[in-house]
Design a protein around this ligand. Structure first.
Ligand code: HEC
Length: 202
């Protein structure tokens, strides 16, 4: 009887592997059909258990590599909003939609405490600051400022910024069409001011 079961199990196993659903827990919970359970436990259990243990252990190990959440020292007098004397409504939009990645005043969300999402968040912040840092905007040469403002106009108009993934946990960062239009208008105004400054300094 035992041999029979193993044999029938083997034949079935060889015949239908493609027809089986992907490895899953529900199959293991199916105790009604003993034959199915037998086949699946032979076929799935050891490797599934192993995979889950490996994933768990890896998850625990990577928690020992947290990200550095210290913001760079403040640089008073260099901040975009200060030097441009930005109106409060625009300043508010920039703070809620851009400053976490493009300034030294980053507020880290809760999921930045858990690897691997923490690494992904950190990468956005490092890259964001490298490309454009509003906290040190005054350090840029006027020509560079002009270029950054042009990019800001383009990124906001084309809805490429803020990064869509940022909306997870930052619903308030989503820009309405009106907010986008206001931002673009403001960046254009600052761009014209900067162009004028460059012209007069020649
Ligand atoms: C979640 C982080 C995040 C947020 C929020 C965010 N950005 Fe970015 N931004 C990035 C990253 C990362 C890059 C660089 C690489 C890329 O384009 O993906 C970037 C690139 C840019 C660039 C291009 C600079 C260059 O050198 O090409 C501009 C301009 C920019 N962002 C403006 C903004 C503005 C304006 C906002 C707010 C409306 C904003 N970003 C919000 C992460 C962010």
């Amino acid at each position: 009887m035992k041999d029979n079961l193993i044999n029938s199990g083997k034949t079935l196993f060889q015949k239908i592997p493609e027809a089986l659903p992907a490895p899953s827990f529900t199959i293991l919970l199916d105790t009604k059909n003993k034959l199915t359970t037998f086949i699946f436990s032979k076929y799935e259990t050891p490797s599934m258990k192993k995979i889950i243990v490996i994933i768990l252990v890896a998850f625990i190990i990577i928690q020992f590599f947290p990200i550095d959440k210290t913001n760079p020292a403040p640089t008073p007098g260099m901040d975009f909003l200060k030097i441009k004397n930005t109106p409060e409504n625009i300043a508010h939009t920039l703070r809620t939609s851009c400053y976490d990645c493009h300034s030294n005043e980053t507020k880290y969300p809760w999921y930045s405490s858990i690897a691997p999402t923490s690494w992904w968040v950190k990468n956005h912040i490092d890259e964001g600051r490298k490309h454009l840092n509003f906290s040190t905007f005054a350090v840029y040469e006027p020509k560079r400022q002009l270029h950054k403002l042009e990019e800001c106009i383009e990124m906001v108009e084309k809805k490429e910024m803020p990064l869509e993934s940022y909306y997870i946990g930052h619903q308030d960062a989503k820009l309405s069409d009106e907010q986008r239009a206001d931002l673009v208008l403001y960046f254009k105004k600052i761009k014209e001011d900067t162009e004028r400054k460059i012209m007069f300094s020649k």
